[in-house]
Design a protein around this ligand. Structure first.
Ligand code: ADP
Length: 246
């Protein structure tokens, strides 16, 4: 509990700090990019590769500030009642497009209605972040499984994304939810993906956890509370899967 509190205080402070700065920063970057574009017309073509270098750096900075903005907006949640199975099935195309051809995608969605009260956009971002992380952890290809199962208690439901990738050393797994913690190359990772996932889970009254073994792969679980009175979980665990999204 102490750890969860520390984490949420850290996130709140960072959210406030970054929200204000990122907004102004993004406007400044847009202005700088526009001026570079104008400058390119007045410079000989030999100079254009330097301009391209500057543009690439500014575009990366813009991408980072956009993610910072999304991160700091975590307070503005708009929860809606939705069925998790439906929501995941509707994300099918999006998820399929975010993995490479050498990554096989398995769906394992427990039948039944799993009604939760969460922000649909945050849910989508959270699942997508997990799938992209899984893909990044499998440079040589592998399998990702997106599953919907019973949660750790009767009032909870679990979304899990499991990969056969590199896995994480214990010290990496321990810090993986920290904002800005990344092991990815400069400009590739922001370290905000899993902290967003964690923030989403906590704000929705649930939790997020990681199980990982180096060389064996990673399982990230998001546990969410079923909406009061609205949920009808399946009567028995048939072990059946709903299969690929329609
Ligand atoms: P980013 O992806 O930008 O680095 P995240 O917060 O999503 O930020 O992840 C933080 C770190 O956790 C990653 O840099 C990586 O080291 C580790 N990680 C996350 N997901 C996985 C995974 N599925 N397999 C192995 N390592 C992972």
């Amino acid at each position: 509990l102490e750890e969860a509190l520390r984490q949420s205080q850290k996130m709140e402070a960072l959210g406030q700090l970054t929200g204000g700065v990122a907004h102004d920063f993004n406007n400044l970057l847009t202005a700088a990019l526009a001026n570079l574009h104008l400058l390119s017309r007045h410079l000989p073509t030999e100079a254009h590769r330097y301009l391209d270098g500057a543009r690439t750096a500014l575009e990366r900075a813009e991408k980072l500030t956009r993610q910072l903005l999304a991160f700091s907006r975590q307070d503005a949640v708009n929860p809606a009642l939705l069925d998790l199975g439906d929501s995941l099935r509707r994300m099918g195309d999006l998820i399929e497009h975010s993995v490479r051809g050498d990554v096989a995608l398995d769906w394992d969605l427990a039948p039944g209605t799993w009604t939760v009260a969460v922000d649909p956009i945050q849910l989508e971002m959270a699942v997508l972040n997990l799938v992209v992380n899984a893909r990044d952890a499998m440079p040589e290809g592998g399998r990702v499984r997106v599953a919907l199962t019973r949660g750790p208690s009767p009032r909870m439901v679990r979304i899990e994304v499991v990969d056969t990738g590199t896995g994480m050393a214990p010290d990496v797994a321990a810090r993986a939810f920290d904002p800005f913690f990344t092991t990815k190359a400069m400009g590739k990772g922001t370290g905000l993906g899993l902290s967003m996932v964690y923030g989403f889970a906590r704000q929705s009254g649930g939790n997020a956890t990681i199980e990982s073994r180096p060389g064996a792969g990673t399982r990230v679980m998001i546990d969410l509370p079923l909406a009061e009175g609205a949920a009808t979980a399946p009567a028995a665990d048939t072990g059946e899967s709903a299969g690929a999204p329609a």
